[in-house]
Write a protein that binds this ligand. Sequence first.
Ligand SMILES: [Zn+2]
Length: 244
Amino acid sequence: MGIGSLIGTEESRLGDPLADLDTASSGGRLDVVELMGEPDEVDTFTRDLLEDVDTAWTRMFGTDGDYHESTRVVFREFTDSACNGADQDAGPHYCPADEVLYLDQAFFDRIFERRDEDEGVGSFAEAWLLAHLVGHHVQHQLGITEQVQQLSGDLSEQFELQADCLAGVWGFTLAQRGVLIGADTLDEATALLAEIGAEQVSEPVSGSLRPEDWGHATAAQRVEWFLRGYESGDPTQCDPFAGG
Ligand SMILES: [Zn+2]
């Protein structure tokens, strides 16, 4: 893949690392995820959700794809990590160096509060957040994270939008199973994540491209890229780096 030499063309600056993935639509049936868990079942809900997202990506990577399932660490305040530690000021984030999703409990507490008031939006916001973080795990395994870090210029916004699109590809597998995500829910979940992010996230993560502020890009862009993955089920559609 021609990295760097493609700048200014309609081709992707990253080549085509997603090309070898199968589309989500080609696989068999997954177990149905119940998106409407009780707030006190948070650990079960989170675990089931991550397992479901991992299952979808394992299938898309294929039998030769060697997808590594994600690992999660739930923490309050601070915990050690290969990214110089996970601090609550950084919020939930993915650390490529140890391939762990660091889930800041204080951030999730806020989502669960909302889930008490509006179960659909709260549940979906959590699902989006987790699928987005696994999206970073996918980017890391495809070598995209490392390419972006080496390229000149700030591509962090495209990098985040790609993770949203990859989250949408997982959302497509939900839709296949009859769990549909409405436009209102998408908008409200984006707004909820941005609101909590603005309040709770203030520090970048060492080793990551930027803080997961959830206010990156515009809400409209985030929804647009999620929908790209959600409507196509095709990870090759998730290339915000194209046309650079
Ligand atoms: Zn992100």
